[in-house]
Structures are given as C-alpha cells and as structure tokens.
Write a protein that binds this ligand. Structure first.
Ligand code: NIG
Ligand code: FE
Length: 416
C-alpha cells in the first residue's frame, strides 16, 4: 500500500553520502526536515517537506492510498543494535546484587559466575527454551525501536551448543521481520573442560567449530573476547585468520577490561568493528584511524558494571567512525532498550545528540554491512523506520527512561 505521512514535526532522514560509515564532521549531520513528509510502499518513494508534498498531491505526482498526519511526532530510521548476546538461559540477578554490594565483574567470574554460569544454563536448555527466552527479549527490543540487530553465540563453548545457539538465531531470523545478523562467538571464554588447555580449545574452534559454522552457513561474522584473562592476541589472530579463510568477517570484543592491544589487532586483521574499547590505547586508535574499522561503543556496559566509559571524544578526534549498541546480555548489560543507551552516550560518553543518532542508525547499519538497505530514510531504501511520540529527537535523550516509540515499520508494514 502507498502511504503518505505528512506534517511530521521532526523527520530525521540521515540523508547524505552513506556509501561509507560517517566520521568526523559528518557524524553531526542527521538531515532533519521539520514539517516533513514521507511517501512509501515497501520502499521509500519520496522524502520532502509537507509544503512540497501538498504541491505534488495537487499535480498528481503523489497518489497515496492513505494520508496520515504526524503532527507532534518524530520519524527516524530506527535503531541498528550491532552488538548483542540476546540468546541465553538462566538467571544472573544474584550476581548483579553482589556487584552492587561491591564485588567486581572480574571477581564474580573468578568465583564461577559470569559468562560460565550462563554457559551451564545454555548447555542444559533446549533449542525451544532458548528460542522462547530470546523471543521475549527481541520483542522488547523491537518495541523500543530496534529495526536490526546482531546476535552472537558464545554461551555454548562446544561445537554442539554453539551450533544450537546459532540455530536459535536462525529461527529468530525466520520468525521476525527485522534484520537479524548472526555472529559466531565460540571464543567468548574458555569452557571448564579446557581451562587447563586453552590452546586446545583454540584448536577446536579453528579445526572444528569454524568449518562447521561456515559449512552450515550459520554466521556472517566471527568475534573473540580479546582481553585480560580471556583470549590473547596470538590466540585471537589465529581464530580470526581461520574465520576469514572460511568466509567469516571479523568483529572484536576489544580492550574492555584492560588495554591488551586488541584495538591494534582489530586494525591489523581489518575487522569490521572493534567493540567496547574502554581501555584502548592511543597507538590502537592511531592504527584504527587508518582502516575502515568502526568503533562500537557500549555505554550500557560501563554503566551496568560500573566501569570507566570508552574515550569517545578521543575516538572522535582520531576521526574513527563510531557506532552505538546495547551489548544486551545477562551479565554486563541487561537492557534491550536503545533509547537508554543513547541517553547514556550523550551524558557519559560526551557524544552530541546528533552523533548518537548517527552512531545508532546509519553507522550501526554499516557495522552490520546493511547500510544499502536501512539506517537512513532515503529514496530506494527499505521503508523501515520508527515513529516516536515526541516532537523532536532531542526528547530521546532529555526525557530518558521512558519508551517514546509509537510504532515500528519494516518494509512499509507496521510491525509494532
Ligand atoms: O560484552 N565481554 C564479554 N562478553 C559480554 C559479557 C557477557 C556476560 O557477562 O555474560 C560483554 O560484556
Ligand atoms: Fe559483548
């Protein structure tokens, strides 16, 4: 059906040269049209002002089957949440309570909590249980304005359970209309049975898991947690090289707990995205600035586990493109609400509201290599966008902690 939305108080288009991720000055350009209008079927057919739309209506250039006034509303491309761990089982609320009373994330992991406690729960859970659990969170994400999402495996840590998780992600793709991008994260932690033989587990990842995942076409990317107490640079490089041989591209959990040079490795292997970067060094930033790698910042995690925030201003000075994502997971950031993430990004990372919008829309889409279809409201792209019940995008940041989403549209259809 051809629909014309008009009198949109704030139409945030992100129109511009979107062939590469936005960096530098372009991170502040959101292409806002006040009193905007939008004409679409499953694709965006036309974008302009209400005055222009009225002229086109009169001379028959626009022939909508339905016209809707969106006075007092904001329309934007929807959030692309390019880093989540949305498939899991179990309950780690007790861990949260411990952390609040002063025990650190690292200490909890040492005591058998953390990632490994979710691994035990996932290994016990059926595909059905994992799917039902994930469905609930995915629905929440969509209702809060997410139109595309990356989901990682990484709580199975053996071939069968990693494949089980990736199958669940595949089922989510089949059952939900939004873009869902799967990432293989077998290198999230070392499973208990390989604690004393970490290199043996790296061998298993390279010789068995990656070939199987690739053969079954279950993932687009391969990720690895390169950090103090997790994967070393050498282990990670071996995993990434193998992944690339098998056609998987690379994203990196980099320097989240300490500077181990993971940012530098991300640049070296040509990662699509280097994520977290709380402790990234200037050398790594220099190296990243010379590549196309996107810095994906996850301020929800710093907030939730009370860690420092990534040096966003410095990253901007290096002219590295920034994406913002939730890191949704049961341990280090338990929210699927990107509106909160944006609020944290401006208050605690020091991004401007416009930079946060760019980072969570078009740059997120670049981080998942789907920017030719979504991430901006431009003629020819999917008619995928979100209507907010507020008259300016500033409300997302200013009036925080509530859900501004009125409806979510994917390829011209209202899905929430
Ligand atoms: O991105 N850093 C590694 N992985 C997650 C945490 C996962 C968990 O605690 O379950 C993260 O913060
Ligand atoms: Fe993560």
């Amino acid at each position: 059906m051809k629909i014309l939305l008009k009198e949109i108080s704030s139409l945030v288009t992100l129109v511009g040269n979107n062939s590469t991720p936005r960096r530098g000055k372009l991170m502040n350009e959101i292409g806002e049209i006040k009193d905007g209008a939008l004409f679409f079927d499953d694709k965006i057919l036309w974008v302009g002002t209400t005055v222009e739309a009225d002229i086109k209506l009169q001379n028959g250039e626009l022939v909508p089957e339905q016209i809707v006034s969106l006075k007092g509303r904001t329309v934007f491309p929807g959030f692309v949440d390019s880093h989540t761990h949305l498939v899991f089982a179990g309950d780690r609320s007790g861990e949260f309570a411990k952390r609040i009373s002063g025990v650190s994330y690292k200490q909890i992991a040492k005591e058998g909590g953390g990632i490994i406690s979710t691994v035990s729960a996932v290994r016990k859970a059926s595909e059905e249980e994992l799917f039902d659990n994930a469905s609930k969170y995915l629905t929440n994400a969509i209702q809060h304005g997410t139109v595309a999402i990356e989901i990682k495996s990484g709580y199975g840590l053996d071939t069968g359970n990693e494949i089980k998780m990736l199958r669940v992600i595949e089922r989510l793709r089949e059952n939900y209309p939004i873009y869902i991008v799967p990432t293989f994260l077998g290198a999230h932690d070392f499973p208990p049975e390989y604690r004393s033989n970490p290199d043996g587990y790296v061998e298993l990842i390279c010789n068995e898991m990656i070939p199987r995942v690739s053969e079954m076409n279950l993932a687009k990317y391969c990720d690895c947690f390169v950090d103090d107490g997790y994967y070393t640079l050498q282990q990670a490089e071996k995993i990434f090289k193998t992944a690339m041989q098998y056609g998987l591209k690379v994203r990196v959990h980099a320097d989240e707990l300490a500077d181990v040079g993971a940012g530098m490795l991300a640049a070296k292997v040509g990662a699509i995205s280097a994520d977290h970067l709380l402790f990234v060094s200037e050398d790594s930033l220099q190296a990243l600035s010379e590549t196309g790698t996107i810095a994906t910042l996850l301020p929800g995690t710093s907030y939730f586990i009370r860690m420092p925030y990534a040096p966003a201003k410095k990253i901007l000075q290096y002219s590295i493109p920034i994406a913002l994502a939730s890191d949704f997971n049961p341990g280090s950031c338990f929210t699927e609400n990107m509106q909160i993430i944006l609020s944290l990004a401006v208050v605690n990372l020091g991004l401007t509201c416009e930079q946060a919008i760019v980072a969570s829309t078009i740059n997120g889409a670049h981080a998942l290599e789907i920017a030719d279809k979504i991430g901006s409201i431009e003629v020819g792209k999917d008619a995928t966008f979100v209507i907010l019940d507020c008259s300016s995008y500033i409300e997302i940041f200013y009036h925080f902690g509530v859900n501004h989403v009125q409806s979510v549209w994917v390829e011209g259809k209202k899905i929430a």
